[in-house]
Design a binder for this molecule. Structure first.
Ligand SMILES: Nc1ncnc2c1ncn2[C@@H]1O[C@H](COP(=O)(O)OP(=O)(O)OP(=O)(O)O)[C@@H](O)[C@H]1O
Ligand SMILES: Nc1ncnc2c1ncn2[C@@H]1O[C@H](COP(=O)(O)OP(=O)(O)OP(=O)(O)O)[C@@H](O)[C@H]1O
Ligand SMILES: [Mg+2]
Ligand SMILES: [Mg+2]
Lengths: 256, 256
């Protein structure tokens, strides 16, 4: 089973857009996927147009709003064929506070220890990370074995990437299997020189890890308001085509 | 003294761009401004093209890398005329962990209690908030008395705003003076229908609090790579004109 964390401390670079479209695309190819939303904003369920009663908070604590017992299975919501969701949201604030009070070794590895699916029941776990850096971010990098890093081709994004690498390196000390597998340029805007400049620098630094860029495509930012992935909203938009390419690359890497 | 938090949990909506250009614009009008970077990414110093040795971490703990004593004055960096900076960065991760272990009342109000300038030495404190929601976000909303909320006119931003209001309301219980003063539409792109739709909805919900939108302007995303604010990089760009309007509105509100 592949466990891919879609992570980048910088905000608004396309983490949720990538995690949702990647998870749905893989599910449409027949892979069984668990999508985990680790953000207190809890946007993944909105992007998928679903309103699960429970999510990651209940999955870990096995407790509902009124203290009643919730089984792990009840906390998982089937959102599409082959696609299951552990939704995020404001209750994760409580989880973060609670984690902060645990002893150091529990604090960093709890999520990975709880997320152990029955052997052979899943092909992929995809984690949508929150912006910033906190105790949940560390937990995800302990639970995952691959990192996919979206980098917006605008503004001081390379600077943000350098900061993120320091976080990644501290996580690799604790989880030696963790690999930065993919750097995904996003919001590629052919009209601006800056886009080409940043893309060229990324290609110089990363070589093989660089993916084909996701173009700036307003359909990608319209789809969430309809509760649909890009494949459901505009199957032939540039955004759908770009994410198709990424999914094919990820599937092929898995076959070797 | 006015204490304005530039805050929004959603990432990449223009918080840092707004905080930096607002702070510099006010300073150019002769107001004395302290800009506080509360983000572990520590991008404010990059946007201003400065490399301070110390920042917010040292200001609060009064301790340097090797445990030596650092006075509060040493932690403050003068970045422009009338503009002082308390920079952020990766050391704030330690501060967050340390805050998490303090008793509840200290945990939430520490920043406000530490940031008490000599009477009459400052006109504005501007806080650049990190994305997401954590113990530092609570501290800022305890220290501030006004909130300016940038909302990107793309994607599911209204949903993000609703989530943020729940955080704001829980902070107002502890700090009754706190007011949502400004909602600033950002990245207004005349080419897309979505921009107009979201703007219309914001105007319906917020009435007087709504500011004139900041247009999508590539100059705003180029300026940080040069370590300059928009007023230094392209004085007559649309972005500079839009932030001028915001600054004039904020100054006029202060005079009443
Ligand atoms: N390629 C693209 N073209 C146009 N808009 C995009 C693209 N990718 C993402 N967006 C839009 O940009 C905004 C930010 O994207 P998204 O929410 O996925 O980023 P994020 O990194 O998950 O943000 P956060 O840091 O808040 O979690 C959203 O409004 C989204 O709809
Ligand atoms: N009006 C605008 N037009 C074009 N680009 C913009 C505009 N405002 C901000 N940007 C660019 O968009 C990106 C996000 O802006 P910024 O970093 O200020 O957002 P933020 O909310 O502070 O992000 P974070 O959540 O990571 O702290 C940056 O690359 C910035 O240069
Ligand atoms: Mg997201
Ligand atoms: Mg910022």
């Amino acid at each position: 089973m592949r466990k891919i964390a879609v992570a980048m401390a910088k905000g608004g670079v396309g983490k949720t857009t990538t995690a949702v479209n990647l998870a749905h695309g893989l599910a449409s190819h027949g892979y069984r996927v668990l999508l985990v939303d680790c953000d207190t904003q809890g946007q993944v369920s909105k992007f998928l147009g679903v309103k699960p009663r429970f999510g990651l908070y209940e999955f870990i604590t096995e407790r509902g709003d009124n203290g009643e017992h919730i089984s792990k299975n009840e906390a998982i919501h089937q959102s599409r064929q082959n696609l299951w969701l552990l939704s995020g949201g404001i209750r994760l604030v409580e989880l973060k506070n609670w984690l902060g009070e645990q002893p150091r070794d529990v604090r960093q590895t709890l999520l990975g220890n709880e997320l152990v699916p029955k052997k052979g029941s899943l092909d992929y776990q995809i984690f949508d990370c929150a912006p910033g850096w906190d105790v949940l971010s560390v937990n995800i990098l302990m639970a995952a074995n691959e990192v996919l890093c979206p980098v917006a081709l605008q503004g001081p994004s390379l600077e943000g990437l350098k900061t993120f690498f320091r976080y990644l390196q501290s996580a690799q000390k604790l989880n030696p299997d963790l690999r930065l597998k993919y750097v995904l340029p996003t919001m590629f805007d052919r009209r601006t020189r800056q886009s080409y400049e940043i893309l060229r620098q990324l290609q110089k630094y990363f070589g093989r890890q660089i993916c084909d860029p996701i173009h700036f495509n307003v359909r990608l930012s319209e789809a969430p308001a309809h509760g649909q992935t890009i494949f459901e909203y505009r199957r032939h938009a540039t955004g759908a085509h770009d994410y198709d390419k990424l999914i094919r690359r990820i599937i092929n890497d898995g076959i070797q």
